[in-house]
Design a protein around this ligand. Sequence first.
Ligand code: COA
Length: 212
Amino acid sequence: MAPMTAAQFYRRFPILETRRLLLREIVPEDAQAIFEINGDDETARRYYGEEALTSYREAFRLTQSYRQRFIEKRGLFWGICFEEAEEDKLVGFFGLTDVQLPRLAHILCHVAPRYWRRGIYSEATAAVLDFCFVRAEFNRVEGVLLLDNYASQRANRKLGFTSEGVLREYEYWQGDWRDAFMISILRSEYLESVRDRHIRRGLLGPGDPTGA
Ligand SMILES: CC(C)(COP(=O)(O)OP(=O)(O)OC[C@H]1O[C@@H](n2cnc3c(N)ncnc32)[C@H](O)[C@@H]1OP(=O)(O)O)[C@@H](O)C(=O)NCCC(=O)NCCS
């Protein structure tokens, strides 16, 4: 079968469902939740080297830019809903940026600090990888992490990503160039072994592949 074209990829927003999560399109009404996810200075500085959001207005603009990205066929951002949280309120978001079909997609994810270590990232990533490799047939999914983001490094290693090496002084933040590194997973690796591992860990359910 021929790989998906951009027109097919962006035809309608792909909703992903997992055992405990719903990944859906982000709407302007999610601004308060986005503010809570990205509004903590210490988290922003330590983990992703950006300024934290300082106002609801900024968060509102971010929700609009996420929607615009999909409309302009420049990637997509899912909002993550968690069954143990307030109904329909986002506990995190998951982005696919730098989407080049069928070559690669770049991932990034933020979970609200009060929901860390509940397996949300792992379950969301398993669904997104299944969507990327089985539905959309990307050849490679990659991400960039700050070198000292050990939490994310550990999470990604457990999910089957390979570290590819240091990107020297790759990010600039508050007067400092900071090292980062690239992680990736290939479609062949995913289909040969990683997908089975995710099923065994209960990260993927019987109704998969996701994104129908
Ligand atoms: C990285 C991040 C997305 C992980 O989200 P999460 O939902 O807490 O992750 P999970 O619960 O699925 O954790 C999976 C594994 O990662 C590791 N891990 C996660 N957080 C960790 C921490 N603070 N310290 C050490 N290990 C950690 C653990 O091995 C964990 O498995 P375990 O709980 O069974 O031991 C979250 O910490 C976050 O939003 N960080 C800020 C944004 C960021 O750094 N994003 C990544 C770069 S874009």
